[in-house]
Design a protein around this ligand. Structure first.
Ligand code: NAP
Length: 246
């Protein structure tokens, strides 16, 4: 895979899947801007990448805050001259049955998981279009494809990311900017470590491969979609889920 002098911005890069994506792209020679909510987590990932000989910086940005995203994007575009790759990965869960779901549970998940994609894509996607090159990968979920009881907010946000991806893929296609979704199944991160043993057992039973995936499984799919060679792939939803959503 070829990554010609590329700079990538990865949200939620402080832990889990985003950390694996940042490390995988950095190992390919990509300069990585690691974004997370806390300065500590993205700072630790960027330091580890730099210590291993890669190029990375860290920025603490609340992706749910449109003004903060715009200010960060403007400053980073000035600092780096261009951002070629955007991975919208930051996400949260606030699970609960609909009857007990509060407005805040709904709004915070939609804002953090879906509206953040609108903020970053608007801020960075248009400069990509002007440069006639860009790779945008949105990390959705099998829940956005299949639905899941107790996750109406999360499923709506993740399904919304798929529609958003297809619309922006069509808008940007003529300008050399691709927009795709990677939809993970159950992956071993802090997010799934929160699930009870019973829920983890029930989830495993739904996976044809009978196991949770690793963050690196998602990172490799993302890395392919970000490569120069993936130029003719856009508007697609790649499930990386051990066969769960087929
Ligand atoms: P995770 O381990 O909980 O890590 C989430 C990352 O997102 C952290 O770095 C966190 O920042 C960052 N983040 C959360 N809210 C943010 C905000 N408002 N502003 C900036 N950064 C924020 O999650 P994960 O399991 O790696 O999941 C990554 C993505 O994959 C999510 O979109 C998730 O929905 C999706 N996904 C995960 C699974 C799975 O099984 N794990 C399955 C399907 C989809 P801090 O480090 O500062 O806390």
């Amino acid at each position: 895979m070829t990554y010609t002098n590329r700079t990538a911005l990865v949200t939620g890069a402080g832990r889990g899947i985003g950390k694996a994506i940042a490390e995988t792209l950095a190992a390919q020679g990509v300069t990585v801007i690691c974004v997370s909510k806390s300065a500590e987590s993205c700072g630790a990932v960027a330091s580890a990448i730099t210590a291993a000989g890669g190029k990375a910086i860290a920025r603490a940005v609340d992706v749910a805050d449109g003004a903060a995203v715009n200010a960060a994007a403007e400053a980073l575009l000035k600092e780096f001259g261009k951002i070629d790759i955007l991975v919208n990965n930051a996400g949260i869960t606030r699970d609960g049955l609909l009857a007990r779901m509060s407005d805040d549970d709904w709004n915070s998940v939609i804002q953090t998981n879906l509206t953040s994609c609108f903020y970053w894509t608007k801020a960075i996607g248009w400069p990509m279009c002007r440069a006639r090159f860009g790779r945008i990968v949105n990390i959705s979920s099998v829940t956005g494809i299949m639905g899941n009881a107790g996750q109406a907010n999360y499923a709506a946000a993740k399904a919304g990311m798929i529609g958003f991806t297809k619309a922006t893929a069509k808008e940007f296609a003529k300008r050399g900017v691709t927009v795709n979704v990677v939809a993970p199944g159950f992956i071993k991160t802090d997010m799934t470590a929160e699930l009870s043993e019973e829920v983890q057992k029930g989830a495993t039973a739904l996976i044809p491969m009978q196991r949770f995936g690793e963050p690196s499984d998602i990172a490799h799919a993302v890395a392919f979609l970000c490569a120069d060679e993936a130029a003719y792939v856009t508007g697609q939803v790649f499930a990386v889920d051990g066969g769960m959503a087929m």
